[in-house]
Design a protein around this ligand. Structure first.
Ligand SMILES: Nc1nc2c(ncn2[C@@H]2O[C@@H]3COP(=O)(O)O[C@H]4[C@@H](O)[C@H](n5cnc6c(=O)[nH]c(N)nc65)O[C@@H]4COP(=O)(O)O[C@H]3[C@H]2O)c(=O)[nH]1
Length: 782
């Protein structure tokens, strides 16, 4: 023990001086001060000390010992007046250790508890100081402690001395007395003893248990005031205690809530079964944990994480319930937000692709059980891009939001509308009918309802706009179909609706699917074909009105290893879509330039021009001009012999960019021909802006030229227009002499067509060309 000194060695102490009579009454009157009022043992000890007749007494202070008084315990040779064996028995029966000190602080009498403790203590290898044996001087022990500079010892010493000197009515302190293995606490009380002589009664009490309980309570109190709300109820559910966090969360003050039932917090959002399950769990497992909606005092309903634990007696009976609760409004809002982002489109708040696929899987599973047909519809807004580009994204977003709302309003409860992104929406209508035909009819009705709704005008800020959707629908009742496959089918049908003129509904059918599958196969073959150099350029001769060969058009051929041909009409659009046209187109230009170079080396062919087709995607490349220039340079050709054939569609897409690109090409020196002329919407206005060299009359006007008056008028107009713009004109698809004659009649003096020659491999073309060069007049005359 650090705080109290070791007792002095055993032995007779000096006789204490006579007690100062002046302080006696005062000291006695204050024996049970406020501190000790709660410690009856201290009081009893101090009040009973004069009667310690049977207690073990060492001797009597000489100055105060009246000779004739009865002796309680002859063994010690001390007699105390009025000493009663009964009082001694009482003191010996007390658990507190009581010692009587004389004026000098010598222990002159102890009770049984003190004695026992002193004996036990002495037997310890490291005795606890302060529990000295009879005869030793208690204050010397304190002094020894002082030497060790222990604060508690100094306090004890000073306090007891003050009591002995009548300066204090009583003194008490508590001190730790820890051993290596145990933490122990004691209380020490000193009260004055006014008898025949002056002394003090010192009481020691083991207060370890109380200190531990107090410590536990302090810990519990700190734990109770955690950031989590805490509530303790009795077994019947009456609230006994709540902490500050509880008050903050619920809005109730302690005084308002204590004594109430937790039912005041009920939000009304959970049914009776919820609470029954909760209490069942508490009964069975002793606790329940989960999320619950509760109501604050201000009426606001909020989510909280709640844990309720039953506190039980040893016999299992519940004494209390302890609830800890956390307001999860914010974390719930955050997790809801995360959920929203993961499963909902932020713009329209509609389910996104992930959630749609999830629902689709569920519907597929349920169709397996019900056998009913459901429908999946893919919607795309016609001309959305134009609206977005012309009125801005903000207006585009508003349109999407209004479309989302209208779609939602068209559906039955339980159907799903999702936004996949951009202007693509998907409707999933479940359980349409038991039969395919009925389901198709229902789907058509729904589709028409959607068409009608989305066709109504939209008020978007200051703009009133109209929009229409193209809708593709597919029906399903076979749970073995994959969600992605169904989406693809609806998408394909939607494209059919677009092809059919937009603002329409189309159903997916198997033939369409087969075509798509074939296209997918072709696409993979196309990639391989380029790598395996299965492409070749064929050349179709072009002649003038004198039947002189003026040049050729290079036409791409895909010749498969088995010798079969795949038509450009089939693979060029696919190559365009997949982007394969870029390397292919580059190769065509390179090959054409290489050929022009070869022809330039022969004076007979050095004037031959060569036309190549340029696709939209190819032309739109930022470096297309640079590619052409590089090819012209690399092969050292006369650029005016290279003719780039562009279609009307390409040129009119973005007129200012087009003019810039064409000007760049013209600067290189190449010539530009407008292919398939007449099939688009070219106006004179546009044509005037474009740096063109030639118009190529589409073969569709040439085909019926002999019989169709309107075709004749068209060809005449085109030719006149070309001449007015100072452009060459060439007609393609000339198959008969009649056609050629008609063309010549309206002023078209350049021709290309089977009449003069089919597209041919290089060697055959060159043979034909030589024949033309030598015999063209005779051939044509024939
Ligand atoms: N019925 C009939 N047809 C005739 C006659 N004379 C020529 N043709 C065909 O008409 C098409 C003319 O080519 P196009 O209009 O540029 O139309 C071309 C062109 O748009 C595209 N194409 C061909 N080669 C290339 C190429 O290298 N690059 C690009 N981007 N497209 C190409 O594929 C289209 C089809 O090419 P082809 O099948 O070779 O078909 C060629 C040609 O064989 C005739 O008297 N009667």
């Amino acid at each position: 023990m650090k705080d109290l000194p070791s007792p002095p060695p055993e032995g007779p102490a000096a006789h204490p001086p006579a007690s100062p009579p002046s302080n006696a009454a005062n000291a006695r009157g204050n024996t049970c001060d406020a501190t000790h009022a709660n410690h009856p043992a201290s009081c009893a000890a101090s009040c009973a000390a004069p009667q310690l007749a049977h207690c073990e007494l060492l001797d009597q202070p000489a100055a105060a010992a009246p000779a004739a008084r009865p002796q309680c315990d002859g063994g010690a040779g001390i007699t105390i007046d009025g000493c009663q064996p009964f009082a001694c028995a009482v003191l010996d029966g007390l658990p507190e250790q009581i010692a009587v000190l004389d004026q000098q602080g010598r222990i002159v009498s102890v009770n049984a508890a003190w004695r026992r403790f002193a004996d036990d203590n002495a037997a310890l290898s490291t005795p606890i100081p302060g529990h000295a044996a009879l005869g030793s001087n208690y204050l010397s022990g304190c002094d020894a402690g002082l030497a060790g500079a222990t604060t508690g010892a100094a306090d004890a010493c000073a306090g007891i001395r003050a009591v002995l000197d009548g300066k204090l009515p009583s003194f008490s302190m508590e001190y730790p007395c820890h051993t290596a293995h145990q933490q122990r606490w004691y209380s020490m009380t000193a009260t004055p003893l006014e008898y025949d002589w002056r002394g003090a009664v010192v009481t020691h009490r083991d207060i370890t248990e109380r200190r531990q309980s107090e410590a536990n309570l302090r810990i519990a109190a700190i734990a109770f005031e955690s950031p989590e709300g805490m509530m303790v109820t009795d077994a019947r559910g009456h609230i006994l205690q709540v902490n500050k966090a509880f008050c903050t969360i619920t809005g109730y003050s302690r005084s308002e809530i204590i004594g109430q039932s937790p039912k005041v917090l009920n939000s009304g959002r959970h049914d009776a079964a919820f609470y029954t399950d909760m209490w069942d769990a508490i009964r069975r497992h002793g606790s329940w944990e989960g999320e619950i909606w509760n109501r604050r005092k201000n009426g606001e309903v909020y989510p909280e994480r709640l844990n309720i634990t039953a506190v039980k007696e040893r016999d299992g009976s519940v004494t209390n319930y302890v609830a800890s609760l956390t307001d999860i409004t914010l974390s719930k809002a955050a997790s809801d937000e995360i959920k929203n982002l993961a499963f909902y489109d932020p713009l329209t708040r509609l389910p996104n692709r992930r959630l749609l696929l999830d629902r689709l899987r569920q519907v597929l599973a349920s169709t397996a059980a019900t056998g009913k047909y459901s429908a999946l519809m893919f919607l795309d807004l016609d001309n959305f891009k134009t609206l977005n580009d012309t009125l801005g994204h903000n207006i585009g977003d508003q349109l999407l939001q209004q479309v989302a709302k209208r779609l939602h309003d068209c559906l039955r409860h339980g159907d799903t509308v999702a936004r996949l992104g951009g202007d693509e929406f998907v409707v999933l209508a479940e359980g349409m009918s038991d039969h395919a035909v009925g389901a198709a009819a229902h789907t058509e009705t729904l589709g028409n309802k959607i068409l009608a709704s989305l066709n109504l005008p939209y008020q978007l800020g200051a703009h009133t706009v109209r929009s229409s959707p193209s809708i593709g629908a597919t029906l399903f009742h076979n749970h073995e179909q994959a969600p992605d496959e169904l989406l693809m089918q609806a998408d394909i049908a939607m494209y059919q609706a677009k092809k059919a003129g937009r603002n329409a509904l189309r159903f997916f059918d198997q033939k369409m699917q087969d075509a798509i599958s074939a296209r997918a196969a072709l696409e993979s073959e196309l990639r391989g074909a380029f790598e395996q150099q299965q492409f070749e350029l064929y050349y179709q001769i072009q002649v003038d009105s004198e039947q002189r060969p003026t040049g050729a058009e290079a036409l791409l051929r895909w010749i498969q290893p088995d010798g079969s041909f795949i038509s450009p009409a089939k693979f060029i659009p696919l190559a365009e879509e997949t982007g394969m046209i870029l390397p292919i187109g580059k190769w065509v230009i390179e090959t054409a330039c290489a050929q022009l170079q070869l022809w330039s080396q022969d004076p007979r062919t050095s004037k031959l021009s060569l036309a190549v087709n340029v696709s939209a995607r190819q032309f739109r490349q930022a470096d297309f001009g640079a590619q052409v220039y590089a090819a012209v340079q690399r092969h050292e050709i006369n650029p005016s012999l290279l003719k780039l054939e562009l279609t009307e569609g390409i040129l009119l897409e973005n007129i200012s960019d087009t003019v810039a690109s064409m000007t760049e090409l013209k600067a290189i020196g190449v010539r530009i021909s407008l292919d398939d002329f007449g099939t688009g919407y070219s106006s004179l206005q546009y044509l005037k802006q474009l740096p063109l060299d030639q118009l190529k009359i589409d073969q569709s006007f040439v085909r019926d030229l002999a019989s169709d008056n309107s075709d004749q008028a068209i060809v005449r107009t085109i030719t006149a227009m070309a001449h007015s713009l100072n452009l060459d004109v060439i007609a393609e698809g000339v198959e008969s002499a009649d056609q050629r004659q008609q063309l010549a009649h309206v002023g078209c003096l350049h021709y290309q067509g089977y009449l003069f020659g089919r597209p041919l491999p290089l060697a055959q073309f060159e043979t034909l060309w030589h024949e033309y060069a030598d015999q063209a007049p005779q051939l044509l005359a024939g």
